[in-house]
Design a protein around this ligand. Structure first.
Ligand SMILES: Cc1cc2nc3c(=O)[nH]c(=O)nc-3n(C[C@H](O)[C@H](O)[C@H](O)COP(=O)(O)OP(=O)(O)OC[C@H]3O[C@@H](n4cnc5c(N)ncnc54)[C@H](O)[C@@H]3O)c2cc1C
Length: 300
């Protein structure tokens, strides 16, 4: 199917892009990687009158760490940039584990992390990862810049807090205070599929003690779920079988899965618990590592 008729603009600066969005109002849409927007337009689930393609805007295709370790991911940083990033491999185990599990290589070459956060698909993997890390989104519009915590950014399925004239210019991951470890595990029916169940876990340790923890769930509710009670169960003590089991149980309770052709709600809840245990059991406190907690399971 072809999309409805639309006007296409490809501005060469951020200010020009914001001006076009301000003129277009509710009928305008930003185009980043196009991997979610274009299919929606072709199916006519979305029919914007104006497309503002930001791919010619310079200076947005970065991911870099500030001197204090804050990680910034620009609006045109592709999934594949993150998949092959040495910076992520050495400092961001949860992100490094998730990057190769997004879709397939073709989608990863075009799609962006920031676009994925904006799209707010309950089955999008990056929202859970960024949520588990306490990240945020920086929006820029005619009134200037503002930082929106990931806990507030997604307001529902396919909805976010951006005003129609704002562009999400970057995602920000705060620096680790202790040693960061964690992972992302995803249950998918076949390679490149969206998550039936996804679990992101990020922890920080000082010595043996967990000082910070985030657990977030993909695909098991109306939107991405922050399993805050599960994360809290880990803080202030070393990782033990008891604390891991408690966190896994609380994470399963936080999930709101539905029975469908991919599996029963009970099965999905069980997978949440299994993934939390698996990631935390593999987390090398004292060493940031992505190899321990990343991977997929395939279900029939
Ligand atoms: C076959 C297929 C399989 C996929 N599998 C997965 C998967 O397993 N896991 C997963 O997480 N995702 C998956 N995706 C989605 C993919 O990751 C998309 O790339 C991503 O969700 C959206 O990023 P994008 O840059 O392509 O955004 P676009 O498609 O360009 O935009 C998506 C939405 O976000 C808005 N937007 C984008 N960027 C900005 C911005 N900077 N500021 C304001 N608004 C913005 C757009 O207006 C639009 O509403 C899949 C997609 C396909 C086609």
């Amino acid at each position: 199917m072809y999309p409805s008729r639309f006007r296409y603009e490809a501005p060469r600066s951020l200010n020009e892009a914001i001006g076009l969005l301000a003129d277009g109002g509710d009928e305008a849409k930003v185009l980043a990687g196009g991997q979610s927007l274009v299919p929606l337009m072709k199916l006519r689930f979305a029919s914007p009158e104006l497309i503002v393609d930001i791919n010619n805007v310079p200076g947005l295709a970065y991911h870099q760490a500030d001197a204090d370790g804050t990680l910034r991911i620009g609006a045109l940083c592709r999934h594949s940039d993150l998949e092959h990033s040495e910076l992520l491999r050495s400092t961001q185990p949860t992100m490094a584990a998730a990057a190769p599990l997004i879709a397939d290589p073709i989608v990863r070459n075009r799609g962006t992390l920031v676009g994925s956060l904006c799209h707010a698909d309950p089955q999008g993997d990056w929202a859970s990862v960024v949520l588990s890390l306490g990240g945020s989104v920086v929006a820029q519009g005619p009134r200037g810049r503002r930082t929106i915590s990931m806990t507030e950014f997604v307001t529902g399925p396919f909805e976010n807090l951006l005003e129609p004239d704002e562009i999400a210019v970057e995602a920000v991951i705060p620096p680790a205070q202790g040693t960061r470890s964690g992972g992302y595990l995803k249950l998918e029916r076949r390679v490149g599929d969206f998550a039936t169940v996804g679990v992101a876990v990020s922890i920080e340790t000082a010595g043996e003690r967990v000082t910070k923890a985030g657990i977030a769930l993909t695909g098991v509710g109306g939107s991405t779920i922050a399993a805050t009670e599960a994360a809290a169960a880990l803080i202030g003590r070393p990782l033990t079988e008891e604390s891991i089991n408690a966190a896994a149980e609380l994470a399963a309770q936080a999930a709101r899965p539905r029975t469908d052709h991919r599996g029963s709600a009970e099965y999905k809840r069980h997978m949440v618990s299994t993934f939390v245990k698996r990631i935390l059991s593999g987390a090398n406190h004292g060493r940031a590592s992505s190899g321990d907690g990343g991977g997929t399971e395939r279900a029939a």
